[in-house]
Structures are given as structure tokens and as C-alpha cells.
Design a protein around this ligand. Structure first.
Ligand code: FES
Ligand SMILES: [Fe+2]
Length: 421
């Protein structure tokens, strides 16, 4: 349970809010790269309650500027891409990728006042199949070289989905190892299209033993399952500052997923998924097909509150899925978090022993937000290429020795990593 003050602190992300300042200290993914093809239309985006438009100018440079024209407020996302910028349709004012007004064609030559107009603009970069924005103050840090952004293109793929609830509910779903045994249960022998694994065969159907460790990058999360073959199966997941998670999806050593939760406003957010394999290409055709079968053109899941997530009670009774909502994990997660309410009232919840992760991640977040609120620097900002933010980062799943637990397994992996360097 949280106090109302702490629930507000964690969930309010608009300009000037403490959590908003914390999130703005980092680069945030704002769109999938394939949403901004060369020559494509400007894309209106609301990010952390700010209305913006992302566009490529006619030199293929990306810009992110305020959505509404500073002249008299017309929507620039309908504008013309020309002359090095984005031109408003109403009176032709032209803005470059830095938000600078560079033309006011309707004003007489001696009365132009471009230099007096300041329009909102944020730096943008393309990395790892996503477009990222820095909406904070001062010199931007680096976008860390996550494996899931840096691997060869055939080994990774990025999706963006809109979910109708506060960002923290999304993040909490990706860091919570207790729910997978229930919400995502599937019949034995049924492989996941996304991970390619028979999860029940790997993990069994009993609840895992869960523990956490706080680290420099966030929170390390351990879930140990008693596998049907008598061995212990460990999943190491992570909460990563500021809004990331790396749930290991039973793909073992072969790879994992990065996820990132970006507020649109306080009642909706984008979930970014970064699929990644270390050494083999992804089956992109199947992944993309699976995505399009389950996500509509508005970037929301086909299963949504308006159709009661197409729940099929007969499917549930036959145990073909746990909740009668098909076998697509992200739609099951969307059901769980969207029905918690637009902003979950955490003053009314009753946390149990398996919610240790939820408590740990909130503690890490509150500490970081308060540090920024008091004028300190947000944690885990990478300032120079020489910094190695991933020194103690582990994301994996697999069988461990009987005598090992999560922390001792990680200690062994980090020691052998250090010895190899
Ligand atoms: S409102 Fe945009 S140019 Fe006038
Ligand atoms: Fe889930």
C-alpha cells in the first residue's frame, strides 16, 4: 500500500512534476523508427502531457517541436514538409527541426519577427529501431548501448503499443514475476509464438520463489521455479532506470526483451518492446504477423475494455488459456493493468510477500525521484562513452545448481565476466 502522496509522486509526469523531471532526465523512446519513413507524414505525439509533432524535414533530419503553431495555434502535424522545415498550413510560418521560426511569408519584409518567436523543440535521435527524445534540462546524457538496441538488425525488432492507464501500471506488470504463473498460463506443450518456448515444461506451474537486489541501474529481480525435470530454473529480470524492464522470456541464453513505458499523459502510456537475440536472427515475419493480428491500426490491442477483452468463458473453462483471452501475452497484461483504473489507487491495495518486487521497484523510483526533486542528478546517467553502465547488468534465464540462489548465481556470472576482461 502507498500513501496518496507517494502514489501521486510516482504517477504524475507532466511538466514541472517531480516524476516528470526525473523521467525527463533520460532519453525516452517516442516512436518506432518504421513509423517515420523517409518522406512520411508528420506524426502528432503526446508525451508526458506535452503535445508535440515529430517530422522528417526534406533533408531527412528528424525534428520534434510543439504541435500547435505559435502564431495562432493551428495544428502543425497537418503542415507541409518543405524548405528545410515544417510549414503551417494557416499562414505559412515555417519551423526548422530546432523549433526556430525561419519564415513568416505573410508578414511584409520589414515587419517579420521570426527572431522573437520561441517554439518548443527537443533533440531527437534514432537508435535501435526507435526514435528517442530528450525532454530534460541541460546537456543530454547518452542513450545507453543496450544490447537490444545495438545488436545486428536481423536480431532485433521494435514495437510500440498504446495502453489506456498510467505508465507505472505498465512498468509494474513487466517487473512482477508472480503473475506469469497465472495470467499467462498456457496448456503444457503449447509453445509461445514470441519466445518459442514451452514455458510450462521449463518452469512448471507452481509459483516461483522471488527475491530482489538493488543495483546501480535499478532493481535486479530473481524468480526461481521448480522445473518439472527436478532442476531449479532461474529467471533474472531487471527494472532499469528510469522506465525500463528486461523480462527474460524463457529464451535462456539466446536473448531477451527490453521494455520501456513512456507516459502519453497520466492516463495513457506507450509500451515499447525491443525483441532481441544475441546470435541468431529473429523470426520477424512471425513476430510481425502476430503483432498485426493482435494490435489494431490505432496502436491499441484488439482486445480492449470496450469489447471486454473478447473474453471467452468457454475457452477459460476448457483451460485453453487461464483467463479466456487467448494466448497473446501483451493483451493479457493490458487487461490486467487497464482494469486497475486509469491511475491505480494504491492506497487501497493489499500487498503480499510475492509483491516484494513491486515494493522494491517503487522504493528505487521514489529514492531517485526525491533525489532529483532535491536538486541532485538522476541515477545511472551515462555522460561519456568510457562509462560502462552495464558492468553489473545480467539478464538471463536457465537452470542453476541446486546449491545456488539468484544472488550467488549472479556473483558467479559477474566474477567469470570480470576474469574474462
Ligand atoms: S497559425 Fe500557423 S501560420 Fe498562422
Ligand atoms: Fe505479463
Amino acid at each position: 500500500m502507498l500513501s496518496k502522496a507517494n502514489n501521486d509522486l510516482l504517477t504524475q509526469t507532466g511538466p514541472g512534476t517531480p516524476c516528470g523531471d526525473f523521467l525527463r532526465s533520460y532519453w525516452q523512446p517516442i516512436a518506432a523508427a518504421d513509423e517515420m519513413p523517409i518522406g512520411g507524414a508528420p506524426l502528432p505525439l503526446r508525451i508526458m502531457s506535452e503535445d508535440l509533432v515529430l517530422f522528417r524535414n526534406d533533408k531527412d533530419q528528424l525534428g520534434l517541436i510543439g504541435q500547435f503553431c505559435p502564431h495562432r495555434g493551428t495544428d502543425l502535424s497537418y503542415g507541409r514538409v518543405e524548405d528545410g522545415g515544417l510549414r503551417c498550413l494557416y499562414h505559412g510560418w515555417l519551423f526548422d527541426i530546432n523549433g526556430k521560426c525561419i519564415d513568416q511569408p505573410a508578414e511584409p519584409k520589414d515587419k517579420k519577427f521570426c527572431h522573437k518567436v520561441r517554439h518548443a523543440a527537443y533533440p531527437v535521435r534514432e537508435k535501435g529501431g526507435a526514435i528517442w527524445a530528450y525532454m530534460g534540462k541541460g546537456e543530454p546524457p547518452m542513450i545507453p548501448d543496450f544490447e537490444f538496441l545495438m545488436g545486428p538488425e536481423p536480431n532485433r525488432h521494435t514495437f510500440r503499443v498504446v495502453q489506456t492507464c498510467n505508465w507505472l501500471q505498465g512498468l509494474e506488470s513487466s517487473t512482477d514475476p508472480a503473475h506469469t504463473t497465472y495470467l499467462h498460463r498456457r496448456p503444457p506443450g503449447k509453445k509461445s509464438v514470441r519466445s518459442g518456448s514451452d514455458i510450462a515444461a521449463l518452469r512448471g506451474t507452481e509459483p516461483p520463489d522471488i527475491s530482489i537486489q538493488q543495483t546501480d541501474y535499478g532493481t535486479r529481480i530473481f524468480a526461481i521455479h521448480n522445473s518439472p525435470n527436478g532442476k531449479k530454473y532461474l529467471r533474472v529480470n531487471n527494472y532499469v532506470y528510469p522506465a525500463g524492464a528486461t523480462p527474460s522470456t524463457s529464451t535462456g541464453e539466446s536473448g531477451y526483451q527490453g521494455r520501456w513505458y513512456v507516459p502519453i499523459d497520466d492516463y495513457t502510456h506507450c509500451r515499447f518492446e525491443f525483441f532481441y537475440r544475441h546470435s541468431e536472427p529473429l523470426n520477424k515475419e512471425t513476430l510481425i504477423q502476430n503483432h498485426h493480428e493482435n494490435v489494431a491500426a490505432d496502436n491499441r490491442h484488439v482486445r480492449r475494455p470496450e469489447n471486454r477483452y473478447l473474453q471467452d468463458r468457454e475457452e477459460l473453462k476448457r483451460n485453453e488459456s487461464y483467463g479466456g483471452m487467448g494466448l497473446y501475452f501483451p493483451a493479457q497484461d493490458a487487461f490486467a493493468i487497464e482494469t486497475q483504473g486509469a491511475i491505480q489507487d494504491r492506497t487501497r491495495e493489499h500487498l503480499g510477500s510475492t509483491d516484494i518486487v513491486i515494493i522494491g521497484v517503487r522504493q528505487a523510483l521514489l529514492k531517485a525521484i526525491k533525489k532529483v526533486q532535491e536538486g541532485g542528478e538522476a541515477p545511472w546517467l551515462q555522460r561519456t562513452p568510457a562509462d560502462n553502465p552495464f558492468a553489473d547488468f545480467i539478464c538471463t534465464s536457465g537452470y542453476i545448481e541446486d546449491h545456488e540462489d539468484g544472488p550467488s548465481f549472479c556473483q558467479r556470472v559477474l566474477a567469470s565476466k570480470a576474469a574474462a576482461e
